[in-house]
Write a protein that binds this ligand. Structure first.
Ligand code: ZN
Length: 435
């Protein structure tokens, strides 16, 4: 059994090649452990001559909590002086990255620990700051510094991708007018990859961000992508056209069904206004039908179906809402057609039917969109890939945004999101050098 008190103390402090000078406790304050390193006298980094010991600086570092109390490591950092007149180095301070990185205010081990807690486990920066008894920014800076190093250092994180999905996400609202700032998630949605893998997030939802990201990837990586999954948006179509011309574009089924539902909503609101002269109120038949309308038809029971028919009879005199509802259901049925050729015929016919003069203008617009995206819509029947898996990732991102209460800097947001939802190899955290 160890009895030398200093040696016991050093065991508890657990840092290599460090001498514990003493432990001080201010009442109510953190535990302060004073240390110095046991390194041998270095040579001058410039002239490689012998240096003199000048003095030492006490640097206080936030460390892991000890025995339930916040702790500080007070590092008596030696300063050396070069006595050689011709040498440009006057003095320099010792470095020990295993104790703390260069200018850090947190010990190395505490920095890695908070990165894991916040990045992997999704704990909040505020919670960590409370536990360590330090400033919010101290924790956040460490998470970003080690997190960035982990993301950049993990070369295997982005593997081969068969199907690449692009999806827009709200990054934050800024300023007095709460202006929306968007970003684009770049996701591996290949069915084989076992759930989706978030590859990266880039600022904005124009073509520029994703295009630049793709241009920075090696050619052979780009060449093995077979499918590009996108919502019905021009910018992402441009990304695939420009950066991945060999890829088969697939319109995401969820987005098409969402569009059909929003056209149905538009029709309902317009007919409501035209027939009642006001926006929907709780007793208006069309307003009461709004949920029944957008619900999948097969999920309505007989009672719900009767109710929907009754409400439409009462509130939809020209049958326009009914047509929009029917359009939505027909679009949903498209995804139950097993044969690609049959599906292609079906989509062509559908696009032309929906553009017929007898349909309400909202449905005509839907028909034009389907005509414009026909190839991409039909491609789903070959590819069978969707942006559905990105939903799961978006839910993780939402959690990060909730606990991050308002990211203002995209860089911080990106690192946090990739740590939590980008599946980095956490084994590498022990060895990366913080940025
Ligand atoms: Zn020197």
């Amino acid at each position: 059994m160890e009895t030398n008190p200093i040696r016991v103390c050093e065991l508890l402090v657990g840092l290599p090649d460090v001498t514990v000078l003493g432990v001080v406790e201010d009442r109510g304050g953190p535990l302060r452990v004073h240390i110095e390193t046991r390194t041998v006298r270095p040579l001058c980094p410039r002239c490689e001559g012998v240096v003199w010991r000048k003095d030492s600086d006490e640097v206080e570092l936030v460390d892991l909590a000890a025995f339930g109390r916040p702790a500080r490591l007070v590092w008596h950092k030696r300063r050396w002086e070069c006595p050689h007149g011709s040498c440009l180095v006057r003095s320099f301070t010792e470095q020990a990255p295993r104790v703390a990185p260069g200018r850090g205010v947190m010990t190395d081990r505490a920095g890695r620990w908070v990165t894991y807690q916040v990045g992997k486990l999704g704990r909040t920066v505020a919670e960590m700051a409370r536990e360590l008894g330090c400033d919010w920014h101290t924790v956040n800076d460490a998470v970003i510094a080690y997190g960035q190093a982990l993301i950049d250092g993990d070369d295997d994180r982005i593997g081969d991708v068969c199907a690449l999905g692009l999806d827009e996400t709200l990054f934050c609202r800024l300023g007095e007018w709460r202006i929306q700032h968007w970003c684009t998630s770049i996701v591996d949605v290949s069915a084989a990859s076992g759930g989706a893998q978030l590859l990266d997030v880039v600022a904005g939802r124009s073509a520029a961000g994703p295009s630049r990201w793709l241009e920075a990837r090696p050619d052979e990586w780009l060449q093995q992508i077979r499918f590009g999954v996108l919502d019905l948006s021009g910018p992402y179509r441009k990304v695939f056209n420009d950066a991945l011309p060999h890829v088969t574009q697939v319109a995401d089924p969820f987005h098409l069904i969402k569009l059909a539902n929003s056209k149905l909503d538009e029709t309902r609101r317009r007919v409501q206004n035209e027939t009642m002269g006001h926006r929907g109120r709780k007793d208006d038949p069309l307003y009461r039908a709004r949920r029944l309308l957008t619900k999948a038809h097969e999920r309505l029971d007989e009672q719900g179906n009767q109710k929907l028919v009754g409400l439409l009879r009462a509130g939809d005199p020209r049958g326009e809402v009914k047509v929009a509802w029917h359009a939505k259901e027909v679009i949903r049925s498209l995804y139950r057609i097993p044969d690609p050729d049959l599906a292609a015929e079906f989509v062509t016919q559908l696009a032309s039917d929906l553009q017929d003069d007898s349909c309400p203008p909202e449905v005509n617009a839907l028909g034009r969109t389907i005509a414009r995206w026909k190839d991409q819509i039909v491609a789903w029947h070959q590819a069978r890939v969707t942006n559905g898996p990105t939903e799961a990732i978006n839910n993780l991102i939402k959690r990060i945004k909730r606990i991050g209460f308002g990211f203002r800097r995209f860089r911080n947001y990106r690192i946090r999101v990739l740590l939590y939802a980008g599946k980095p190899n956490w084994d590498l955290l022990a060895t990366v050098t913080p940025r």
